[in-house]
Ligand binder design. Structure first.
Ligand code: SIN
Length: 358
């Protein structure tokens, strides 16, 4: 990678946008080449007027337009834009995950590409990021970013988030850190990051553990690194086939109807968003035990939003055939369970080892 080492200072705020993969600018040829893959989201959203930050359409602004409003990018990287999709990320679908991961793997296998930035909606960003963290086969930087305000808004947060994401992707220190999320000046690990606000621009946090580092005014600093295996060190490969895994929730007065319907529909796995330490209402727990006895993989996560779910050992998990999700929230636990089942993992103890590892 041709990235400068300690920091990248944005020198030329008024230079014109380098929107193509070729550049005649002599200085720019020394800069890292970063592919920017756009998928839609609020970062590409537009409303009828600039004061509207809630009633807009996501995913309508193209990647070239997103880049064009950030001329400072030309001092950071040679960007290679691609429009992969134009969706509201609430509609993220499994075939698009396959397409995205395969495209990133292909790009990163190219010696001319130094890193990838993915622009995404905030709503399912944490799921896509964790999926890529487990299936990208490269140690080159992959950085997701997004925005809470549409591109048309007063004080839109997308342009600076995009500049910061490219800055992180272009930086040597980002290599080998797994998939990263650059948002509101913080750099998070894809494993830990979650969306924590429906409206605030500071919408992403890594509960309990905190961000990996920060990016500001062209400077990138990591304060810790990721411990659990990712990218090149996982057993997971992206494929076109996805095992059917769903999520159910435990709450006061819940019935077993949803679990029984899922089992009847032939699911391979169920993640339960339990209360507290992944505890489950007695009616749902019995339904899940029945499901596990029929070979359905059952993973206990928590709906709480931070902390971890301890394995209950002989008292419950062993007897019922359940797996604990540890510190993964239900949505990330579902991603890992799908990948594990797709890789042929079977049985609660094998799955527990996978959850304890990743
Ligand atoms: C989306 O997730 O695509 C819409 C919401 C957002 O990006 O903030």
């Amino acid at each position: 990678m041709a990235a400068p080492g300690a920091s990248l200072t944005i020198a030329a705020m008024n230079t014109s946008i380098p929107s193509s993969t070729t550049s005649s600018d002599e200085g720019a040829t020394l800069l890292p080449r970063i592919a920017v893959l756009a998928t839609g989201g609020t970062i590409a959203g537009a409303a009828a007027d600039a004061t509207n930050t809630s009633g807009y359409q996501a995913g309508v602004v193209g990647v070239e337009q997103l880049l064009a409003v950030v001329p400072a990018l030309s001092a950071v990287a040679r960007v290679a834009p691609e429009q992969i999709a134009s969706i509201d990320s609430k509609d993220m679908a499994l075939p698009l995950w396959t397409t995205l991961a395969q495209r990133i793997n292909a790009l990163l296998a190219d010696d001319d590409i130094d890193g990838v930035v993915v622009t995404h909606g905030t709503d399912t960003l944490e799921e896509t990021a964790y999926l890529l963290h487990l299936t990208i086969k490269s140690d080159k930087p992959v950085v997701l970013t997004a925005a809470m305000r549409p591109a048309s808004a007063l004080s839109a947060d997308g342009p600076l988030n995009l500049l910061n994401a490219v800055t992180v992707a272009a930086h040597v220190a980002s290599r080998g850190q797994g998939v990263l999320v650059a948002f509101n000046n913080r750099i998070h690990s894809a494993r830990d990051v979650v969306k924590t606000s429906t409206y605030a621009v500071d919408a992403f946090h890594s509960p309990e553990i905190g961000a990996l580092g920060w990016v500001q005014d062209g400077r990138v600093e990591f304060q810790r690194s990721v411990v659990r295996p990712h990218t090149l060190a996982t057993e997971f490969v992206i494929g076109a086939k996805w095992p059917h895994v769903e999520i159910v929730v435990s709450y006061a007065g819940v019935s077993r109807i949803a679990v029984d319907a899922l089992v009847a529909a032939g699911v391979r796995g169920i993640v339960v968003a339990g209360t507290g330490n992944g505890s489950i209402h007695a009616s749902v727990q019995q339904a899940l035990a029945d499901a596990a006895s029929q070979g359905v993989a059952v993973v206990r996560a928590s709906r709480v939003g931070s902390g971890h779910v301890m394995r209950n050992g002989a008292a419950a998990d062993d007897a019922l055939g359940f797996v604990s999700a540890g510190s993964l929230n239900p949505y990330k636990a579902r991603v890992l369970l799908m990948l594990a089942l797709a890789a042929g993992a079977a049985g609660p103890m094998v799955l527990q080892k996978i959850f304890d590892t990743y």
